[in-house]
Structure formats: structure tokens, C-alpha cells
Design a protein around this ligand. Structure first.
Ligand SMILES: [Zn+2]
Ligand SMILES: [Zn+2]
Length: 133
């Protein structure tokens, strides 16, 4: 079991299944949402995720049609993304995890929109947008 929480500790969650598809996203929405060079995120099955505290503090912002990013309304920490077009999976920002998920980011995506002040210095594959299917 994995646990995560927001910066103020008001919101807590548990994940009871494996994470999948961990990656670093350099798109401008992720950069702005997280105030960082990129967002590290993984996929989690909706059935494996549950809020354990403070769900009422989670506020949703629709960053693009059908994609809703949930954050703590007290501290602003980014907690979860959900998708109108794919209800079985959530997007989980790894920065809010309190436990080691085991998985590591396997690629960089949306590198075409990368911050000019940040250099990618690892050897992971880089994709201009999504990787080819
Ligand atoms: Zn909070
Ligand atoms: Zn992104």
C-alpha cells in the first residue's frame, strides 16, 4: 500500500495497487500547475485509489476539456488528475507520495514545450509530445 498527502496534511490518500507508466511531463500546463520544470506522474487504477482524509478539501480545475486536476484548496498541493474520457485511470503526481512507489519515471514527454532554463541531464527517452503508440 502507498500513502500520499498534501503539503498541509489536510488531504490524505491510499493506493492499493501498482502504479504504471511513470514519466516526466514538460508541457506548459504541468509546469504552471506545479511551479516546476516538469511534473513527475504515474497512472493509477481508479479502483486502487481512495481518499482517507480531507476529500472535501480537494478542488478540481479543468485544465483542458475532460481533464480535471485536483488540488488541496488550503495549500494548493496537486493531488490527482481524472479524465472524462478514461474513467478507469487517474493521473497521480508523484511528488505527493509519502512512500516509495517502486516505479521510476521511464521517459520525458512534451519536451517540445520544455522550460528554456532547464536541461534534461539523464539518459531517459525524450519525446516531443506523446511517444508514438
Ligand atoms: Zn493541503
Ligand atoms: Zn503535462
Amino acid at each position: 500500500m502507498l500513502r500520499g498527502s498534501c503539503l498541509c496534511g489536510g488531504v490524505r490518500y491510499e493506493v492499493v495497487g501498482p502504479l504504471a507508466g511513470a514519466l516526466n511531463c514538460h508541457c506548459s500546463m504541468c509546469r504552471k500547475a506545479h511551479g516546476a520544470a516538469f511534473r513527475s506522474r504515474a497512472g493509477v487504477r481508479a479502483k486502487d485509489f481512495r481518499w482517507t482524509q480531507g476529500e472535501e478539501l480537494v478542488t478540481w480545475y479543468e485544465t483542458s476539456p475532460g481533464t480535471h486536476r485536483g488540488f488541496c484548496r488550503v495549500c494548493g498541493a496537486k493531488l490527482l488528475s481524472r479524465f472524462d474520457f478514461e474513467a478507469k485511470w487517474y493521473g497521480l503526481p508523484q511528488g505527493e507520495l509519502d512512500d516509495d512507489p517502486g516505479v521510476r519515471p521511464g521517459m520525458h514527454v512534451f519536451v517540445a514545450y520544455k522550460a528554456p532554463w532547464f536541461e534534461i541531464s539523464d539518459n531517459l527517452p525524450q519525446h516531443l509530445e506523446w511517444p508514438p503508440q
